[in-house]
Design a protein around this ligand. Structure first.
Ligand SMILES: NC(=O)c1ccc[n+]([C@@H]2O[C@H](COP(=O)([O-])OP(=O)(O)OC[C@H]3O[C@@H](n4cnc5c(N)ncnc54)[C@H](OP(=O)(O)O)[C@@H]3O)[C@@H](O)[C@H]2O)c1
Length: 338
């Protein structure tokens, strides 16, 4: 088992929720062009989930990657949601934010059998002979509210054992959680040994709460962070001036967030920095953060993202953010020419 699989992940990966038509439909050719652009740009890590388009993202990703040498790329997918056939579904209807998803409905299952079934179904949908990383998807109070304890008990009693067995047998290389809240990752550290946490939206240019407790705890546990939602689902990529609705946390951004991002944009302007470049590069300065996986649904976005990733950001930009109370003073910041 390559113990260093997670610590060897490249800094920039492809978040594939968009391949499942998150918020807008893309066709098969566009999905393939996106993956091809990522591949041609040297990106070798791809994150997907059964949930993304209710199977659509996994199908498209596997189809787009299958002809590539399998040892040359890393795929993570998730467990916790089984997809049951739904004969009553209205295909074009948007469900869970996915446009024209596949005809399945979600059933949560974090048990031993649920994890094993989910893993096997993902292999079939991807059409790949191997999955590298399995992440427990959206366990936690944010998704489950009062049902959290019941689901967490299923994970503690059986789901974790399934993941650990798959890892110990060498079938997969790493396990973790894929969530939008850090608290449940801390809880999970009590029940097992995790390689990574895909944490979305909680350690960004806008918010750095995990700096003071959670990220150091990950370091002690030996787990890396795969950082999803570096743009907080949109606003840190689009900024506040594009007109129309801007997104924060997968919903229209509230006024206080828009106001804070506008202040960050003013600092960007004074240093000639692109907001999205700062948002993409900032989290990577923390030693526990292994990679960022921005969501991209077109080849043009992939090219843009690579430019943003390479953009030089002067040291004075970060110190001005700190001086204006817009960045935690103890947050590690990228060195110019990272
Ligand atoms: N619980 C979990 O495990 C979890 C939760 C969230 C995310 N994730 C993972 O993290 C990945 C990324 O998260 P995300 O897609 O939710 O959020 P994100 O990366 O913060 O934001 C994606 C949004 O930003 C826009 N965007 C990207 N680059 C842009 C650019 N250069 N200019 C303007 N807009 C740009 C995209 O718009 P367009 O659609 O117009 O390109 C998309 O709507 C997901 O695909 C998934 O793999 C996992």
């Amino acid at each position: 088992m390559p113990e260093s699989l997670v610590s060897g992940l490249p800094q920039l990966g492809l978040g594939c929720a968009s391949l499942g038509n998150l918020y807008r439909a893309i066709d098969r050719d566009q999905a393939f062009a996106t993956v091809d652009a990522a591949w041609d740009g040297g990106m070798r890590y791809y994150d997907t989930a059964p949930y993304y388009g209710l199977g659509l993202s996994e199908r498209r990703l596997g189809d787009a990657l299958r002809h590539r040498p399998r040892e040359d790329f890393v795929v993570s997918t998730k467990v916790g949601r089984l997809l049951d056939p739904d004969t009553a579904t209205d295909l074009p209807e948007e469900r869970h934010g996915f446009v024209t998803p596949m005809p399945f409905k979600v059933r949560y299952d974090y048990s031993y059998d649920g994890v094993m079934r989910s893993y096997e179904a993902s292999l079939q949908r991807l059409g790949l002979a191997r999955i590298d990383i399995l992440l427990v998807h959206d366990i936690g109070r944010l998704t489950h509210g009062d049902d959290h304890q019941r689901h967490f008990a299923d994970l503690a009693k059986g789901g974790y054992r399934a993941l650990d067995e798959l890892r110990a047998s060498g079938a997969i290389s790493a396990i973790g959680l894929g969530v939008n809240e850090w608290e449940v990752c801390a809880e999970a550290m009590e029940i097992g040994q995790w390689d990574c946490f895909l944490l979305a939206g909680r350690y960004t240019l806008l918010e750095q709460e995990p700096l003071h407790g959670f990220l150091p705890r990950c370091e002690r546990h030996g787990a890396k962070i795969i950082l999803g939602g570096a743009y907080n689902s949109g606003i840190l990529a689009t900024g506040t001036r594009k007109g129309g609705e801007v997104h924060y946390n997968y919903a229209p951004a509230p006024a206080d967030i828009v106001e804070r991002v506008a202040r960050i944009e003013a600092v960007c302007d004074s240093h000639g920095v692109t907001l999205a470049a700062a948002a993409l590069q900032f989290p990577l300065a923390h030693p526990v953060v292994q990679c960022v996986i921005p969501g991209m649904g077109e080849a043009r976005r992939v090219h843009q993202t690579q430019q943003l990733f390479a953009q030089a950001i002067p040291a004075g930009f970060w110190s001005d953010l700190v001086a204006q109370g817009l960045l935690d003073p103890v947050a590690p910041v990228p060195q110019a020419g990272h």
